[in-house]
Design a protein around this ligand. Structure first.
Ligand code: AMP
Length: 505
């Protein structure tokens, strides 16, 4: 059996109803049970009378039921908004305000404020008759939105990337034709569902009738437990950020001999260091290392390359791939020249897999999205160049960073710190080793008379409530004034120097 992401319907393909569809943290669902659960949840949602295409928040972690909820939304043509438990409640409610969603399907025990009209929890609907229905309605009903994934926004407001059925279909056509996966595969998940990397294994396993192996955060932290689980269930496609795989290289049993079922490592979301690729190919001589590149705004990924030993020997930089079928990647410098390694240009992506834009954010849409000969395009903010028809990545032109693969706008953190009473000025700065962000440091200029110890506690509490844990600065440093550079801008390098040289207790 398979679930067709484009048509939103189950289809019998192999007469194997007992094959596992989803192995969640809460148990295993065979394809036949999975289908029944999705259908009954879809029936429960249908009777709520939500407008066609109304967005639904799906909150939880790695429960198989989380996958049922997202699938039920797709069956009904409702966009789902996946929010992992790493997203704190204040941010969930901000996202709800942006989307106008009237239904939350909840797999946690946190509970929601009474102003949410409908909450479905453990198969029960809780109605709040007094709550007003949200205004969330689709603006493209002919091409239903499959999901809306929220990413960090530089102004402190999360941005909702809308991916339509057409974009999902364009992505899946590429997956099915060019990645070499089959319905026998068991996709090993690591990323939270609120990170679009997880769409790789979620959509590909459902669409091709394979098996999805979910791993919760506790399991992922315990390498022995994680690898035993992969072995027990015959995990075959490892999908993660390069950082996650790198951490596993310290585990002696992370080898092809111990884990013969793994035939592919599929990476996206951040730069793949050469050393990580080399060591993986050495440990898993029969496996492929696939490096892919792309932003959430262009449905998961846009370029792919099978990283071979020859390639590692021939190129000094790590290639991020050839453009996806039916898509165009352009790299032009600001003065319109062809980009080179010495003078990289901004990467622009054009194709049907590009998002129709951020939800309710016309200003940013006008800046970032464009139409080129009738096709949607997106300015990534990434720098790159082509060599031998292969794309290479060369950092960013703005303040977006990646920390362990998580996308973070530093301005989002600064904006949150500024909301704390007693903070006169605040900025988040990355501490890097080479090009890799190791941690984020928050610099704060307190208002006159503010008590430093009290302010520190207030900021910590506010950030915990408003930002996902991976965005919270590892350290806070109070300064009397922000140094400025010769262009009269805040001198971030000088701030980081201050931090490095700080007296340690
Ligand atoms: P996200 O939307 O979270 O997937 O993040 C997208 C951003 O991650 C891109 O715009 C790049 O800056 C970065 N990125 C994604 N894949 C790669 C890769 N293979 N190599 C280097 N950077 C990457």
């Amino acid at each position: 059996m398979r679930f067709d992401i484009v048509s939103g319907q189950f289809e019998e393909t192999d007469g194997a109803p007992d094959k596992p569809a989803v192995i969640g943290s809460d148990g295993v669902l065979s394809w036949s049970v999975f289908k029944t659960r999705c259908e009954s949840l879809a029936a429960m949602i249908s009777v709520l009378g939500l407008p066609a295409g109304h967005p639904i928040i799906v909150r939880g972690h790695k429960e198989a039921e989380m996958v049922c909820a997202m699938t039920a939304c797709m069956m009904l043509g409702h966009p789902y908004i996946p929010l992992d438990v790493v997203v704190p409640m204040d941010r969930v409610m901000r996202i709800r305000a942006i989307t106008g969603s009237s239904l939350i399907i909840d797999h946690t025990d946190e509970g929601f404020a009474n102003d949410v009209p409908f909450v479905i929890q453990r198969g029960m609907v809780r109605r709040n008759a007094a709550a007003a229905m949200g205004a969330g309605v689709p603006d493209r009903p002919s091409d239903p939105i499959r999901y809306i994934i929220f990413t960090s926004g530089s102004t402190g407001e999360p941005k909702g990337v809308r991916i339509t059925r057409e974009a999902a279909g364009a992505f899946l056509e590429w997956m099915v034709n060019d990645f070499g996966f089959t319905s026998d595969d068991v996709f090993i998940n690591q990323a939270p569902f609120s990170f679009d990397l997880s769409v790789y294994e979620l959509f590909t396993s459902l669409h091709s009738g394979a098996t999805l192996l979910l791993n919760d955060a506790e399991t992922a932290k315990d390498s022995r437990r994680f690898l035993d689980r992969v072995k027990e269930h015959g995990g075959s496609v490892w999908v993660s950020t390069p950082t996650f795989a790198y951490l596993y290289l310290t585990e002696p049993s992370f080898t092809g001999a111990e884990l013969p079922s793994i035939h592919s490592f599929l990476f996206c979301g951040e730069a793949l260091p050469k050393m990580t690729a080399q060591r993986l190919l050495h440990r898993f001589p029969n496996a492929r290392v696939l490096n892919t590149y792309g932003p959430t705004e262009a449905t998961v990924a846009t370029s792919l390359i099978d990283v071979t030993r020859d390639m590692l020997a021939n190129y000094t930089d790590m290639p991020v791939g050839r453009p996806k079928r039916d898509s165009i990647i352009r790299t032009r410098t600001d003065d319109g020249n062809v980009a080179t390694k010495e003078a990289p240009g901004e990467i622009e992506i054009i194709g049907d897999h590009v998002s129709i834009g951020y939800l309710n954010n016309n200003e940013l849409n006008a800046e970032k999205f464009f139409v080129d000969e009738g096709q949607r395009g997106f300015r990534t903010g990434d720098y790159g160049w082509f060599q031998d028809g292969i794309l290479f990545f060369n950092g960013r032109r703005d303040e977006q960073v990646k920390l362990n693969g998580f996308r973070i706008e530093l301005g989002d953190i600064g904006a949150q710190m500024l909301l704390v009473p007693g903070v006169a000025d605040a900025i988040a700065v990355p501490l890097k080793s080479g090009d890799v962000v190791k941690r984020i440091v928050g610099f704060v200029r307190p208002a006159p008379g503010a008590d430093a110890a009290g302010l520190q506690a207030l900021i910590a509490t506010h950030l915990e409530r408003s930002l996902p844990a991976y965005m919270i600065p590892a350290d806070l440093m109070f300064v009397e004034a922000f140094p400025v550079n010769s262009s009269h801008k805040t001198d971030r390098k000088a701030l980081i120097d201050l931090y490095i040289k700080r007296p340690r207790v």
